[in-house]
Write a protein that binds this ligand. Structure first.
Ligand code: ADP
Ligand code: F6P
Length: 319
């Protein structure tokens, strides 16, 4: 393939730039040119393509966000827009496309594949809700950022002997919340996958205080409900002073961790190799330390399950 395209789509994730760099550099190694498509699928429709020579991806490996910008494009969910996009790609001479994003982006990628355009996807979302890959790009950085923030919250929580309810992102899934809760030593992790009565959360607070604990950290996944609601309930039932911190988009920014850079580099390079070997309609994921390609329909039909044992362990260790 003489000319490839690359785009980032959906919520940005630290490490997307490392993946773009790997796509360009791997392609260059085999003499292929890469066009960057700005603003995700919206850019495909607008024809926002720019050449990405080797130098264009210098100095971006360590940068958060995405130099290609990203967008959510409702219009692209409809067939006419997808057909227009495929025509734009062909007109630009793009013979293969790398789509870096989450499951929504893979639905768009699958549509282009069905229209005959070779596409390989790379999982990048802090939500880490994509199956057939040990992690998605950006998750590890988001976990580290949230843990960094909670370490600071812990200091003030202990000083004032308060309960803190900390809301983390994750959309409908509790993967980010659980990883953060375990690493930050949270007393409770509230996730949509394992609903539990608020009384159980309060019981942990009381048990901890009875054995001399000076603070409580309750991590709430946004998909499990509002941290403010949890805080109100907990304060009303325990009578203890409670504060809320919503970490928000801080979790999406920042320099990617070494893990995310390495994952992005390997998957970015593998996606190009896959396209050049004739693969299409697949996601490049990391499983057992090896890159594996899984068809989009299988990825989209699958579900990444949350490990209940880790959830229980978090509670056991924090008491
Ligand atoms: P993510 O890729 O992180 O899951 P979104 O769910 O917001 O993020 O999806 C990103 C973009 O992918 C959407 O704005 C849209 O352009 C495209 N997309 C999402 N769902 C579909 C779909 N069913 N068919 C085609 N394109 C889709
Ligand atoms: O999918 C990534 C994510 O950060 C989710 O965790 C969150 O629910 C959503 O995107 C936030 O989207 P926006 O950037 O549009 O506020």
């Amino acid at each position: 393939m003489a000319k490839l395209g690359v785009l980032t789509s959906g919520g940005d994730a630290p490490g997307m730039n490392a993946a773009v760099r790997a796509v360009v550099r791997q392609a260059a190694a085999t003499g292929s040119e890469v066009l960057g498509i700005e603003h995700g699928f919206a850019g495909l429709l607008a024809g926002g393509f720019r050449p990405l020579p080797l130098g264009a991806v210098g100095g971006i490996l360590h940068r958060g966000g995405t130099v290609l910008f990203t967008a959510r494009c409702e219009e692209f969910k409809e067939r006419p827009a997808q057909e227009r996009a495929a025509a734009c790609l062909r007109e630009a001479g793009i013979e293969g496309l790398v789509v870096i994003g989450g499951d929504g982006s893979f639905r768009g990628a699958q549509a282009l594949h069905e229209l005959g355009l070779p596409v390989v996807g790379i999982p990048a979302t802090i939500d880490d809700d994509i199956p057939f890959t040990e992690h998605s790009i950006g998750f590890d950085t988001a976990v580290n950022t949230a843990v960094w923030a909670i370490d600071r919250i812990r200091d003030t929580a202990t000083s004032h002997e308060r309960i803190f309810v900390i809301e983390v992102m994750g959309r409908d899934s509790g993967h980010l919340a659980l990883a953060v809760g375990l690493a930050a030593g949270a007393e409770s992790v509230v996730v949509p996958e394992f609903p539990e009565p608020i009384e159980d959360v309060c019981a942990r607070v009381v048990r901890g205080r009875n054995r001399g604990k000076k603070h409580d950290l309750i991590v709430v996944a946004e998909g499990a409900g509002s941290a403010y609601h949890v805080a109100r309930e907990v304060q009303a039932r325990t009578g203890m002073e409670t504060r809320v911190t919503v970490l928000g988009h801080i979790q999406r920014g920042g320099s990617p961790t070494a893990y995310d850079r390495a994952l992005a580099s390997r998957l970015g390079a593998a996606a190009v190799v896959g396209l050049q070997q004739g693969m299409s309609g697949v996601m490049a994921g990391m499983e057992g330390g090896e890159v594996r390609f899984t068809p989009f329909p299988q990825v989209l039909a699958g579900r990444r399950t949350l490990d209940r044992r880790l959830w229980e362990l978090t509670h056991l260790l924090a008491i």
